[in-house]
Design a protein around this ligand. Structure first.
Ligand code: AIR
Ligand code: ASP
Length: 301
């Protein structure tokens, strides 16, 4: 699919796209730019498998693969609050790519194959385990609310919580007993999931600390892949400021989706700051990422 995009004749590039091209070419190679222009056209031809709140999954180029498209849409409080975070999809795609490839190097199996363009990545198709795994190092969010523990309190030990992934029910918190009783995952799978969650937490806590960010809590999702009759669980979904709480170590400034949830302002800037500190965004790229999105907006996309 990508190959056709690269062969697109110059004359097919519209005036509007030409303007965009000048901005984008500052930051991206000709190859990724070809993919970048191709996004909209290839989307139209692909079969959509699933649309979530922040992502769309399309059929992939080979059996057992999918394309994960990152939207700018944001929701909170079980979609009672809706909005857009300009450029979020582009940034989350990059951040998640960075984290998943780093995790693979320490032996955590993930669904990530490779990034295709600014908003899409090729992933392995998995059967999602219907459990959201939340790892907490510091009290915040629903834990603070539910148990009356002041936000920012360092927890004496890391907590892993499970939530049943069901929007209609508002993702209720569950215990291992519910998971076993209703067969959402086997005991072996839950052992693997808890082991991976701890390894991911150790790795990410260090990675973020090195760039002056405190990893307060985050959410993971896992999926099953089949090898004949044998199934194993691998890390799926995404890891980005949408599903993590990230605070500046010195100032406690929030650099994550809580800025959107709590109407704190500076949402786009916070996501960019995380990408910048991770070394994924050169200063001159920042305007290109945002220009692109504003450009789409102006055209009513
Ligand atoms: N999370 C949980 N469900 C959806 C998301 N994104 C993430 C939050 C937060 C952590 O899980 O982004 O980082 C705990 O959320 P809460 O609301 O239970 O405190
Ligand atoms: N994105 C989820 C929702 O819409 C949860 C959240 O991030 O707050 O409810």
């Amino acid at each position: 699919m990508g190959n056709q995009d690269e062969k697109r004749p110059e004359s097919l590039i519209t005036h509007e796209e030409g303007g965009l091209a000048r901005t984008a070419l500052l930051a991206y190679s000709a190859r990724s730019f070809g993919n970048f222009l191709g996004v909209k056209r290839t989307v139209a031809r692909r079969r959509q498998i699933y649309e979530g709140k922040a992502k769309i999954l399309y059929e992939g180029p080979e059996p057992g693969t999918l394309i994960q498209y990152f939207k700018d849409d944001a929701t909170a409080f079980n979609a009672q609050k809706r909005g857009t975070i300009s450029g979020k999809g582009v940034i989350n795609n990059r951040i998640s790519e960075h984290i998943f490839t780093s995790l693979a190097t320490i032996g955590v199996p993930t669904h990530f194959i490779r990034r295709l363009n600014m908003r899409e990545q090729l992933i392995r198709q998995v059967e999602i385990v219907p459990i959201e795994v939340v790892i907490r190092n510091v009290a915040a969010g629903s834990l603070s609310k539910r148990l009356g523990i002041e936000e920012g309190t360092q927890l004496p030990r890391t907590i892993i919580e499970y939530y049943y992934k069901d929007d209609a029910l508002g993702d209720p918190m569950i215990a291992d007993e519910h998971i076993a009783c209703f067969g959402w995952a086997t005991q072996d799978e839950m052992n693997d999931i808890a082991d991976m969650a701890i390894r991911v937490n150790d790795f990410l806590s260090g990675m973020f600390a090195a760039i002056g960010i405190r990893l307060i809590d985050f959410k993971l999702e896992f999926g099953r892949v089949w090898d004949g009759d044998y199934a194993r669980v691998i890390l799926a979904d995404e890891i980005s400021p949408d599903g993590c709480r990230l605070w500046d170590i010195k100032t406690n400034q929030k650099l994550d989706k809580d800025r959107f949830r709590q109407d704190l302002g500076g949402v786009e800037e916070a996501y960019q700051e995380v990408a910048r500190r991770l070394g994924l965004l050169q200063p001159e790229d920042e305007s290109a990422v945002l220009d692109f999105d504003q450009h789409r907006k102006k055209r009513g996309k």
